[in-house]
Design a protein around this ligand. Structure first.
Ligand SMILES: NC(=O)c1ccc[n+]([C@@H]2O[C@H](COP(=O)([O-])OP(=O)(O)OC[C@H]3O[C@@H](n4cnc5c(N)ncnc54)[C@H](OP(=O)(O)O)[C@@H]3O)[C@@H](O)[C@H]2O)c1
Length: 332
């Protein structure tokens, strides 16, 4: 009798610090499909730092850790799915997921390149595309800066900007990551924010100023970018990785300096991105990203770990900057 290994929240992280004691592995029975349901075997899950944000809100002790996964249909009691289909679905951190067809995001054309749907054709790719193209309106010859540039969203945003003809500068936390961005992904310049003075490095890296800043971090990197923005520049706020995991109206982080003064003086616009709001544009985005993958202009950068039992360590490592690219845990 096969068992369904699954990882649930054991304890909410104290002070936002996720550790191995946050999680607990459980063995359960593999569910049997009822009429109108589909039983899926998870083959891979996406592990992103956004999980930290939902601890204590959507995720409570005892709940299955949520995740988007790629899965294979092993039994179907719905006419629209057959055994052997590959699907993209909110499988969570478990080996088997019993899903209603309405919960399944997409039936994938084949198992080949299915992992693309956890990266460039998935949530990271859509956030990067909508931030950079749909609302950021990147233009050829512009100067684009991306923070958390070796992360899942950042490396894609930077590559999309390069393909669109912009000059791209990536900010990330390590000399090895800078090498990957410039040597492998075609970024024009990389800055290691953990060494030196980020303000001076940005001045030297883009002396003519920044047209478009894709912000994944907030904090000191946003503040430094603001000071280097051109007149009429745009800032797309995608993430706030440097800020405390949670805050309320009494505990709002300070800064950045220069708001609103610099915005007014230099006619800078700053926009908060929530990619799901732009879902009507997803198909257009996916078509363009797919074409870049097929032409070889876009490089896949995945950071793969094997084994469901290693998912907690994979997430903890990600939050500490251990990932280079899109972090995926393979279950098969
Ligand atoms: N708005 C939207 O619609 C939307 C959609 C998807 C994702 N997001 C957000 O986009 C952001 C990026 O997501 P992701 O999946 O690309 O993340 P990720 O792959 O998990 O990358 C996280 C990286 O951020 C960097 N980082 C961590 N703490 C930092 C700090 N204090 N200062 C600077 N860099 C730090 C680390 O790399 P270093 O080595 O460079 O430090 C780490 O590897 C997240 O905030 C996520 O929640 C937003």
């Amino acid at each position: 009798m096969p068992i369904n290994r699954r990882i649930v929240i054991a304890n909410l992280p104290q002070g936002g610090e996720i550790s191995s004691s946050t999680f607990r592995m459980e063995d359960g029975e593999v569910p049997q499909p009822e009429p109108g349901t589909v039983l899926c075997r998870t083959t891979a899950i996406f592990v992103g730092s956004a999980l930290r944000r939902v601890m204590g809100s959507y995720l409570q002790p005892g709940m299955l850790v949520m995740a988007t996964g790629v899965a294979r249909v092993v039994a179907s009691r719905d006419a629209s799915f057959s055994e052997g289909d590959t699907v993209l679905a909110p499988t969570g951190w478990q080996e088997y997921a019993l899903l209603k067809p309405s919960q399944i995001s997409a039936k994938l054309p084949s198992a080949d390149n299915a992992l693309d749907y956890l990266g460039p054709l998935g949530g990271s790719g859509l956030a990067a595309y909508h931030g950079l193209v749909t609302v950021g309106r990147v233009q050829a010859s512009e100067v684009v800066v991306v923070s958390a540039a070796a992360g899942s969203v950042g490396q894609l945003a930077g590559q999309f900007a390069r393909i669109k003809g912009a000059r791209v500068i990536g900010v990330c936390g390590g000399a090895d990551k800078v090498d990957v961005l410039t040597a492998k992904l075609g970024f024009h310049h990389g800055i290691n924010y953990k060494e030196g003075n980020i303000q001076e490095e940005l001045k030297a890296g883009c002396p003519e100023g920044i047209d478009l800043y894709f912000d994944n971090t907030s904090g000191p990197i946003l503040e430094a970018a603001l000071l280097q923005m051109k007149r009429g520049g745009r800032i797309v706020c995608c993430g706030r990785l440097s800020e405390p995991h949670d805050y309320d109206s009494e505990h709002v982080p300070a800064g950045p300096r220069g708001v609103p003064g610099l915005l007014i003086q230099r006619r800078i616009s700053m926009l908060g991105l929530w990619a799901p709001d732009l879902a009507a544009e997803d198909e257009k985005a996916r078509n363009e990203i797919r074409a870049w993958l097929e032409s070889g202009e876009l490089t896949r950068l995945v950071d793969i770990t094997h084994g469901l039992e290693n998912a907690p360590a994979s997430l903890i490592g990600n939050l500490a900057g251990g990932n280079v690219g899109t972090r995926i845990v393979m279950l098969e």
